[in-house]
Design a protein around this ligand. Structure first.
Ligand code: SAH
Length: 251
């Protein structure tokens, strides 16, 4: 059986209990070496055979999985954060289905959640934004044109931008062409939850220069939106004058 497992954003104790148990029991582990914290591999048994998928093609990954399955072994495919976010798991799942190999998925703490905790921030701040857009810039790999940053930025909601810290100048311009202004708060979160974690705050008009000044060009998320500012409304859920299914309003 193949287990896709979310490794979490970096800190080794942010993997789920289920994910950790699977790693401890694995005969074979294929981990995304570019981003998964290698400290997690310390959970594996000494006999466990470990592959770094950063050096492999999809075909090679599937071949390792098929071989392992043929030998009756258990394989963990370890993805950074949560496998459903830029994890390229669909193509693996389809190949496994075709090969008749059983699999399941254990979720992980995505880096966008690690980044919110690092700040700490509430993405869905009442009176400010109730929507989070997770996206990335088009780069060497494309993004559908209808999802270009400027069109998404027209909502002015909370945005978390993956895989784009190397193109901050372009990103800044694209965001400014939407609903944000030069003063809209933004942050770069580098290696959230790792010991090297760094947070750089800048108004959107200075995002690219702040990134350059701090030498951040990869393994970072860009957060943008007024959720990083000071103004918001308090929640109705905990407002004494508001009744909920669990509590009557105070008079
Ligand atoms: N599946 C992962 C995302 C993989 S795409 C997840 O759920 O987080 C890789 C991108 O994720 C990086 O380029 C960076 O933008 C972001 N990323 C991954 N780990 C990060 C971390 N600890 N801190 C900040 N950004 C991170």
């Amino acid at each position: 059986m193949i287990h896709f497992v979310g490794a979490g954003p970096g800190a080794p104790d942010l993997i789920t209990l289920r994910g950790a148990e699977l790693l401890k029991a694995a005969d074979v582990v294929i981990y995304a070496g570019s981003l998964v914290n290698p400290a997690l591999l310390g959970l594996c048994r000494s006999q466990c055979v470990i592959y770094n998928s950063a050096e492999m093609t999809l075909e090679q990954v599937i071949a390792v999985m098929c071989e392992s399955e043929k030998d009756g072994k258990m394989t963990v495919r370890l993805h950074t954060g949560d496998p459903s976010v830029y994890g390229a798991i669909r193509e693996q799942i389809d190949a496994l289905r075709e090969a008749g190999i059983r699999f399941d998925v254990t979720p992980g703490v995505s880096s966008f959640l690690g980044a919110a905790a690092a700040i700490p921030a509430e993405y869905t701040l009442p009176g400010v934004s109730q929507t989070v857009i997770l996206t990335r810039m088009a780069g060497r790999t494309p993004v559908p044109e209808r999802e270009n940053i400027t069109s998404l930025a027209k909502h002015g909601c909370t945005m978390v931008i993956f895989l784009s810290a190397g193109r901050l100048e372009e990103l800044q311009q694209a965001l400014l062409a939407g609903a944000y202004t030069e003063e809209t708060p933004a942050a770069l979160v580098y290696k959230a939850t790792w010991p090297q974690e760094r947070i750089v705050y800048a108004p959107l008009g200075q995002l690219a220069s702040a990134g350059a000044a701090h030498g951040i060009s990869r393994t970072a998320l860009v957060l943008v939106g007024d959720f990083l500012g000071d103004a918001y409304e308090r929640s109705k859920l905990y407002d004494p004058s508001f009744s909920t299914g669990y509590r009557e309003a105070e008079r």
